[in-house]
Design a protein around this ligand. Structure first.
Ligand code: AMP
Length: 505
């Protein structure tokens, strides 16, 4: 099976339906999109001589072209390597070299970022939308190149909060399984429904393209090519039945944006990719009503490990509604998820350990990295590196990445628990809790805070809500926290900053 066939099928049955839009302007029908993909595939095969299985990179900001590029690449039997356009040239050079891509499509302007770092294997750097790009669509269309379900479709480079990024191999089977899981458990899609791509299409948002192609939805890319809260509200007004994937920080910005929209137009706002603190989830629910869903996943099991449904989030009458809201939901029907001890033995509900998962949606391994693949997939289970605990009703509560766990005086302290408490102070905007090496305690709890709250107030809040040993020993007030391009707080960087500040090794 080639996932490109979903577009062919949609175009054959409803060629005149809208397939892609920039802002409020429809730029392609299904018939036009399928034809462009088939012609691009022809150019990639015939003009560039690329053979099935070869990789083609996309280093682009969000634009409607993303959709035709992905489908053109798959139609030709090739694998796409979407990379974050905000990465440094050297990081992009590494991904291009490691993936062995001979062709790379780039947003205008990014070519000059890549050029000094381009590996020898890269033959062509093509500016999206330029004359060379447009000429590709005059090539003769070809038929979809057959692929096996286990052939590579998307090489997903992890966001690399530490070390070199690794390329999670997402096959046609993985993409199909993730899309089906989405349509079955997160958000039903009907013809004409919109998906707003305000989050990076190289990452989470892009993984929702396929379900919407199969179900004849419209891919709507903001004019700005990114996330501007006012524009998102305007697009929701323009597109009845719109859904959007957003990182928690984006949801937070939407909540605090004074602009309004017709909330009835929102199908689902899906958050995930990083922790959403309870206070923020409550505020989002107050603002948007029963239209929020949560997903927990990672590049290695794309967007699909557990999900907290719209119904669970909105079920205020349930006796354990708040606890559920603070969880990451239940495993998708297609994924087996366990919490295991350090010897990979499954633990009972209530016991904390590493989250492992397995199923059709899990990658078969990392590209050209057997050692990392063996480690991540030992025993046939993906080791997520996330720590969590199932409650009695099967909801997974995420703690922290195992490397972020603080061990102080022999006790385990999960930073998130302390962060939740600190964030409940009205004058704390952002917070991140880390461990600082300490002679006496092994590690001492330190809170980095953005906001006007006083240390003494925060200390009192902790005393009232959590065990004494979990209280931060030091509060550091800063203007901002180090984040990666997806808005995730970089604890590794924060620990390094802290070490420089205190002179600890
Ligand atoms: P990435 O592979 O870059 O998408 O990062 C995946 C990681 O983000 C996961 O392993 C988790 O640590 C974190 N993450 C993803 N979804 C959630 C969520 N819903 N809540 C908390 N953390 C999440």
């Amino acid at each position: 099976m080639n996932i490109a066939s979903w577009l062919e099928q949609s175009a054959r049955s409803y060629p005149a339906l809208s397939a892609a839009a920039t802002g409020t302007r429809v730029v392609a029908t299904y018939g036009q999109l399928a034809e462009r993909a088939a012609r691009l595939a022809g150019a990639l095969r015939e003009q560039f001589g690329l053979k099935p299985g070869e990789r083609v990179a996309i280093v682009a900001k969000n634009s409607h072209h993303y959709v035709e590029l992905l489908y053109g690449i798959w139609h030709a039997g090739l694998a796409a390597v979407p990379a974050n356009a905000k990465l440094h040239g050297a990081e992009l050079g590494y991904i291009l070299d490691h993936s062995g891509a001979r062709v790379c499509f780039v947003s205008p302007g990014i070519d000059s970022v890549i050029a000094p770092h381009a590996p020898h294997s890269l033959e062509r750097l093509i500016a999206i939308g330029g004359a060379e790009y447009q000429a590709l669509f005059t090539a003769d269309a070809i038929a979809v190149v057959p692929r096996a379900a286990d052939d590579l479709a998307w090489l997903f480079y992890t966001s690399g909060t530490t070390g070199r990024p690794k390329g999670a191999m997402l096959t046609h089977r993985v993409l199909a399984a993730a899309s089906q899981a989405y349509a079955m458990e997160v958000d039903s899609v009907s013809p004409g429904d919109a998906i707003l791509h305000a989050a990076p299409m190289s990452h989470g948002s892009g993984l929702y393209i396929m379900a919407h192609v199969a179900r004849l939805g419209v891919q709507v890319v903001p004019e700005s090519g990114g996330f501007e809260p006012e524009e998102v509200f305007a697009l929701i007004d323009a597109w009845p039945r719109a859904s959007m994937f957003a990182a928690p920080t984006m949801i937070k910005r939407l909540v605090s944006c004074p602009a309004e929209c017709d909330l009835a137009n929102i199908r689902t706002l899906i958050w995930g990719g990083a922790p959403m603190y309870l206070e923020d989830a409550l505020a989002a629910l107050d603002r948007f009503g029963p239209r929020l869903a949560q997903i927990y996943g990672q590049g290695e099991s794309p967007m699909t490990i557990t999900t907290l449904s719209k119904e669970d989030i909105a079920d205020r009458g349930h006796p354990r509604w708040r606890e559920r809201l603070g969880s990451a939901g239940k495993p998708y029907a297609s994924v087996e998820v366990v919490v295991a001890d350090s010897a990979d033995r499954p633990l009972a509900a209530g016991e904390t350990g590493e989250i492992l998962c397995h199923g059709e949606v899990v990658m078969p391994g990392y590209w050209c990295n057997e050692e990392a693949s063996r480690t991540a997939l030992r025993g046939g289970w993906l080791h997520t590196g996330d720590v969590g605990v199932f409650d009695q009703e099967g909801y997974l509560h995420l703690k922290d990445r195992s490397k972020d766990l603080i061990i102080s005086g022999g006790s385990n302290i999960y930073p998130r628990e302390v962060e939740e408490v600190l964030l409940s102070h009205a004058q704390v905007r952002e917070v991140s809790v880390i461990g600082r090496p300490d002679r006496e305690w092994g590690e001492a709890v330190v809170a980095y805070v953005v906001g006007e709250a006083k240390a003494a107030e925060l200390d009192a809040l902790c005393l009232a809500r959590i065990a004494r040993f979990k209280r931060p020993k030091d509060y550091v007030f800063v203007d901002s926290l180090p984040k990666n391009n997806y808005g995730k707080i970089l604890k590794t960087e924060l620990r390094a900053m802290d070490a420089r500040k205190t002179g600890t090794p």
